[in-house]
Ligand binder design. Sequence first.
Ligand code: NAI
Length: 290
Amino acid sequence: MADTPAHGLLTNKVGLVFGALDENSIAWHIAEAIHREGGRFVRSNAPVTKRFGSLEGLAEKTGSPIVYADATSMDDIAAVYARAQEDFGQPCDFVVHSIGMGLNVRKNRAYTDLHYDWYHKALDISAMSLHRIIKAGIDVEAIANGASILSLSYIAAQRVFSKYSEMADAKALLESITRNFGYWLGERRVRINTVSQSPTRTTAGQGIKGFDAMYEFADRIAPLGNADAASCADYCVTLLSDLTRMVTMQTLYHDGGFSSMGISDAFVEVFAQALDGESLDSESLDSEAA
Ligand code: NAI
C-alpha cells in the first residue's frame, strides 16, 4: 500500500467492508486505509472464501472480525449487521460493497450466448446484493443517519468493452441502484456513491479474458495511467468521511483521466507499431491528420 500518512478521517466511525479476498483485492486496500484513518469495521466475504485462509492476515493487521456471508442471502447479510451491532453497540457509519462475480465472463461465454442462470446469478451477486445490503441494514436500524455507502463500478456500465460481457449490465444496474436508493436514503442524510475504477490486477479482474489488453489499453490512454488499488482506497476513505457529506448518487471516476479521453499519443505509437510499420506509423498518421 502507498505510504499515505494518516489523517484521522474516520476516527470514531464504524462500519462494514464486504469483498476483501486477498492482498490484491480493492477491498483489502480499502480496509487497510480505513484502519489507517481510525475506523473500525467488520469484514464479510462469501462462505467459500473461508477455505482459502487468506483473510486471517487482514484480521491481524486491522483487528477486524470476519463474518462469512453470501451476498445473495438476506439471512447471511443480517448476521453481518448483527455482529457489527454486537461489537460496536452503534449503527454503521459506512458500508463498503466491493463484490463482483461474472459467471459467463469467467467461462468465456459471449454476450450473445449467455447462460441465463449464470447471468441471473452475476446480476444478483454483483448488483442486487448492494440493494440487499442496504435494505438489510435499514430493516434492523443498523445504518446511522449521515452514513456513507460505497461500491465499485467500471466504465463498461456506460460504454462497450467487448470482453466485459454480462458484467457491464451488472455495473449498469449497480449504478442505477446507487441513484435510486440515493433518493430514499437522502431523508436520513445517508450518502451512496460508486467509484468507477481503472482495470486493476485482482482475482476478479484477471478472471476476465482479455483483461491484460483492457489494462494496457487504459494505461496508455489515461493521462495519469491506471489508478492502482491503493490510490483507490485513499479516494474511498475520503468518500466515507464527513468531508464529502454532500456527495451522493454519483458514479465517480477514479481512472487516471481515462473516462475523459479519446485517444492518446502513447496509444497511437503502440498501435502504429503493431500495424504495418511501413504504411502506418506515428509520423504518417501525423501528416495524414495535418
Ligand atoms: P476480488 O476478486 O478481490 O473481489 C471480489 C470479491 O467478491 C471477492 O472477495 C469475492 O469473494 C466476492 N464475492 C464473490 N461472490 C460473492 C458472494 N456470493 N457473496 C459475497 N461475496 C462474494 O476483485 P476486485 O477487483 O477487488 O473486485 C472488487 C470490486 O471492484 C468488484 O465490484 C469489481 O467488479 C470492481 N472493479 C474491479 C476492477 C478490476 O479491474 N479489478 C475494475 C473496476 C471495478
